[in-house]
Design a protein. Structure first.
Length: 680
DNA sequence: GCAAGGTC
């Protein structure tokens, strides 16, 4: 009797085998795929790990080429599943021949249920093989043992719900992506993508930019007085900001010759400041973004640190350490790291009292260190991110900071002013976590009725500021708030917007193309540009899970809506083509051609798909320049100081944006190259 | 060559 146990990934397979076998499993291989074997409760178990989804939906071959004519048919075409990890599927098929029983032990969520169902479908089991489900939400001894002692059935509805999402996402994504790309002639590497998550995310960026553009700064006035008792400090008029100059001037006139301020009230109190909560993925990415590291880069580094056994699994929603997490052992482990001193201090506390975040889930623990590393062992961003994770962990266990907050109100010539002070008495967790700034603001101790010297009176004119552009961290937080994407996909989606040339900059701004795409979608296929579509899909999936709806119903309802949207898009396809092409033209425009001085230099593609810069006066002007084949090309305003020719900025993945002269033979480029080589 | 979701 052999029980085949299916896990979501190799790591989980190892944990399950280790726990059930109490560490004494045999590691065997089928086609180089590890299969972990051991006896358990009278049966022989064989545990195998998947690699997430091992099947993917795609359209039949007759829809391989993209054209506008068959899009209406594509809407109603069922996609078919094809394997993504061939060797693993072959191994699974071989293992299936041994199976008397199958236990699906993937993550306990929709996608996990589907991953299990996919594996079962691949195995082509005979009907007398029992298929069961072990349901656990953490890879810990008690959870796993409990799950295998209380086996349940595979929940097909749950798997079907996830599968329905796949079908709907592919249909909308493929049909609208193909429409946008073919209607505008943007084929090949420059295609224009549309999707349930990426398009509403892009719309967030576009909407923010519009808010910034229509923003009109509003002037305001504040009245400040400079006071002195031992040292200088200041107070503000209690009215706060004045939106009119008149009343502000009136106050200023009243107090301008004042010599003393009378203390009406003085309050000083000591306050504890709790440390920040444990890291989930979103919080981690928010912090990383402030360090100037992109979200996708940070996740790649975190993945590496995870597989190297230095930090825990980086994809989690959880902000509360489970009670089973061995905090003390982790601190002891960190004694071997570059943070030995800090770890020792934290360990020396009588009791460990970790902070808790707002979200508690059971998928994975918050991101925390699991192994020790030193600065010599890790380089660059690897070290910076490891350090961040360690310091965050230490901070969540560190003592509160103690601050003295002071507040006072003053009477000056019948006008009321107020002042605040902030003094750190005990650094507490701040000393472990230097990423959050906390500046002291001086204010002396005062007594009610006391008089202090007025040494100056100032009226200050200010202007309201427009809303800020999103950083990657803030955008990812906003996506989470709106239910867009998951902990594992949000950073990829943001990266995708850059890769498609829809957005640019550290402070994220839409490109012309990005704006035009959103405009076209909002005018013609509104649904896909709003987060509501995700909400609707979530509701439909819940109904499928409850057995209230069938997959076919949800898919055909979705097809109806997609068909309608496509119809509208097709009737406006000429307008859309023109708008997008105009936007692209503007975006690909580098500069006036320095050779013929008549045409414009624009980014073009050769017949073989290589991009280069050519002149719009071609064939009269044959001026061309080669371009790097990777990264986004952005024109730069200033001409090169050396050759006076146009410059470009190249923004490539995993590299710092690079300013270069369009003319490769210009000496300025050589200089840059050399100085880079010297740095290495 | 499309999406989004798992995972590496």
């Amino acid at each position: 009797m052999v029980s085949v146990i299916i896990c979501e990934k190799n790591n989980a397979a190892q944990r399950v085998a280790a726990i059930l076998s109490k560490g004494s499993y045999r590691k065997t291989f089928i086609n180089k795929v590890p299969v972990l074997r051991f006896p358990w409760n009278g049966t022989e178990c064989a545990v195998i790990g998947m690699r997430g989804h091992i099947l993917n939906f795609d359209y039949p071959d007759e829809f391989k080429s993209w054209n506008l004519d068959d899009l209406e048919e594509l809407v109603r075409t069922s996609p078919i599943k094809s394997p993504t990890a061939g060797w693993l599927i072959n191994a699974l098929k071989k293992l299936a021949k041994e199976a008397d029983e199958v236990i699906v032990a993937t993550d306990f969520d929709r996608e996990g249920e589907l991953i299990g169902a996919e594996a079962v479908s691949i195995m082509e089991l005979s009907p007398d093989v029992k298929i069961q489900r072990a349901r656990f939400s953490a890879l810990t001894g008690p959870e796993i043992r409990n799950a295998f002692d209380n086996i349940i059935d595979l929940n097909i509805n749950l798997a079907t719900a996830a599968e329905t999402r796949q079908i709907v996402d592919l249909a909308w994504g493929a049909v609208l992506t193909r429409f946008m790309s073919t209607a505008t002639g943007m084929m090949g590497a420059d295609f224009l993508s549309v999707g349930r998550v990426q398009s509403p995310t892009l719309a967030l960026v576009v909407d923010r930019e519009k808010d910034i553009e229509v923003f009109e700064p509003k002037p305001f006035w504040e009245i400040l007085v400079d006071l002195e008792k031992g040292r200088h400090f200041f107070a503000k008029h209690v009215h706060g900001v004045f939106w009119e100059k008149g009343p502000a001037d009136k106050v200023l006139e009243t107090v301008k010759d004042a010599k003393t301020a009378n203390v009406l009230e003085y309050i000083a109190e000591e306050k504890n400041e709790r440390p920040p909560s444990p890291f989930n993925t979103t919080q981690f990415l928010a912090e990383v973004s402030r360090m100037g590291i992109s979200a996708s880069r940070a996740m790649a580094v975190a993945e590496r640190l995870y597989t190297d056994g230095l930090i825990s699994y980086p994809r989690t929603d959880n902000m509360v350490y489970p009670s089973t997490l061995p905090l003390k052992n982790i601190l002891k482990e960190l004694m071997k790291s570059g943070f030995a001193k800090e770890a020792e201090e934290i360990l020396a506390q009588e009791k460990l009292r970790p902070t808790r975040g707002k979200k508690q889930t059971t998928d994975h623990p918050p991101i925390h260190p699991v192994g020790a590393a030193t600065k010599e062992r890790l380089t660059g961003d690897n070290w910076r991110i490891y350090e961040l994770v360690v310091r965050r962990f230490l901070a969540t266990l560190a003592p509160d900071a103690l601050v003295l907050r002071k507040e006072a109100r003053f009477d000056i010539e019948g006008e009321e002013f107020q002042s605040h002070g902030h003094e750190t008495l005990d650094e507490g967790w701040y000393s472990y976590y230097p990423y959050i700034k906390h500046n002291d603001v001086f204010m002396p101790e005062l007594k009610k009725g006391e008089e202090v010297n007025v040494v100056g009176v100032r009226g200050r004119e200010g202007k309201t500021e427009p809303p800020r552009r999103f950083t990657q961290g803030v955008l990812i937080r906003e996506m989470e708030r709106l239910g867009l994407g998951t902990k594992s996909t949000r950073h990829e989606i943001v990266q995708k917007l850059y890769d498609r040339g829809y957005v640019e900059g550290t402070n994220i701004a839409p490109t012309n193309t990005g704006r035009t795409i959103i405009q076209a979608l909002e005018d013609n296929a509104d649904m896909i540009s709003k987060p509501d579509m995700t909400k609707q899909l979530e509701d439909d999936m819940t109904e499928i899970e409850n057995g209230k709806k069938k997959q076919d119903e949800v898919v055909s309802e979705s097809q109806e809506m997609l068909a309608k949207s496509l119809g509208v898009l097709l009737t406006h396809k000429d307008d859309i083509r023109k708008e997008v092409q105009d936007a692209l033209k503007e975006q690909s425009q580098i500069a006036r051609c320095p050779k013929c001085k008549e045409g414009d230099l624009v980014i073009r593609r050769s017949k073989r798909g290589k991009r280069f810069v050519g002149c719009t006066s071609y064939p009269d002007c044959t001026n061309t320049y080669p371009l790097p084949q990777f990264g986004t090309i952005v024109p730069h305003e200033d001409d090169c100081k050396t050759c006076k020719g146009p410059q470009i900025k190249v923004i490539a993945k995993r590299r710092r944006p690079e300013l270069m002269c369009l003319d490769m033979s210009c000496k300025a480029n050589e200089k840059r190259k050399n100085s880079r080589a010297n740095k290495k």
